[in-house]
Ligand binder design. Structure first.
Ligand code: ZN
Length: 312
């Protein structure tokens, strides 16, 4: 189980491991620190309010700055703590993501002295650890268990959007947390598409074994090699009256269901889910009335717990 080890001991352990270059279970430790910090700040419900957590980590100054190119944010040590610079052009959710990430960076500093003193030399891996930390902070595992793992299968795009509102996180953070950290919703291929000047920017979050090879959805190069999928995206792009698509179609003698939801019009941004209908063990017409789902709820809770134990 997640420990009741005091926050300072967890951070000491983290620093020691980093100094020794021992990265084993370091991500788990990051998440334990995030959890401990959150509890110490009295944040026992979602959405997590980062203000008190900022205070605990001596971040006492938020500066909004109009964007430099591709600028996310920056943590700056100063005489009496830290300042965080955020990109004023980012929306609230994105600023929250950056802020949670920057709180992660404070762990690399000794904050018992002022100005805070860096204890670990900066390296690129610090960035990834801070992203992991940020996701854990914004979506604590106990709330993922409570609100997400009730969906044995990937829910509809609309429900996914509801979950982002519940946690006040971006689609990216939510999907990363669920599909990568918890390994849930592997029954579908989930991807986000942004259409910018008719160029598709694709961010693939999860891929189901059945659809993985059938539809090439290349997150790295932003490619979708499937005319049907591209035509649906185009429809959502040009016809503002249509906000969602829910279609079943055949391809190479197999049936698939594709659900798309346009969650932003400028730029056109779409959440897409492809379900492999041939995979009967995981597909149900109506998930709410299926006994299997009710029965397997426990299974999924188990699964999340297993993932957590892996953390320890
Ligand atoms: Zn960073």
């Amino acid at each position: 189980m997640l420990s009741t080890i005091p926050l300072n001991s967890l951070i000491d352990e983290f620093i020691l491991k980093m100094r020794r270059g021992n990265k084993k279970h370091i991500k788990i430790l990051m998440c334990e620190i995030a959890d401990s910090l959150r509890k110490q700040a009295g944040q026992n419900r979602i959405p997590i309010n980062l203000n008190e957590i900022l205070e605990l980590r001596k971040v006492n100054d938020l500066i909004l700055e109009k964007s430099r190119f591709n600028f996310q944010g920056e943590l700056i040590p100063k005489r009496e703590g830290f300042s965080v610079i955020l990109n004023s052009e980012h929306n609230q959710t994105r600023k929250r993501t950056t802020l949670a990430h920057e709180i992660g960076h404070t762990l690399f500093f000794d904050i018992s002295v002022m100005p805070p003193k860096r204890m670990i030399t900066y390296s690129k891996s610090e960035e990834w650890l801070c992203y992991d930390f940020g996701r854990c902070l914004l979506m604590p595992s106990e709330f993922v268990k409570k609100y997400v793992s009730i969906y044995k299968q990937t829910p509809t795009p609309q429900k996914i959007i509801d979950l982002t509102n519940l946690f006040e996180v971006s689609k990216n953070v939510l999907l990363m947390r669920i599909t990568r950290d918890f390994q849930l919703w592997k029954d579908t291929t989930i991807f986000l598409v942004e259409v910018n000047k008719n160029k598709l920017k694709v961010n693939k979050q999860s891929s189901h074994k059945g659809t993985r090879h059938t539809f090439t959805i290349d997150g790295k190069n932003g490619l979708i090699h499937h005319e049907k999928i591209k035509s649906f995206i185009q429809l959502l792009q040009i016809n503002q009256k249509i906000q969602e698509i829910d279609e079943t179609f055949s391809f190479k003698n197999n049936s698939y269901r594709i659900e798309m939801f346009r969650y932003s019009s400028n730029p056109v941004s779409i959440l897409c889910i492809i379900r492999d209908l041939n995979d009967e063990s995981i597909y149900f017409e109506n998930e709410m009335t299926s006994n299997y789902i009710v029965n397997s709820n426990q299974e999924i809770v188990e699964k999340v717990q297993t993932t957590l134990e892996d953390y320890n």
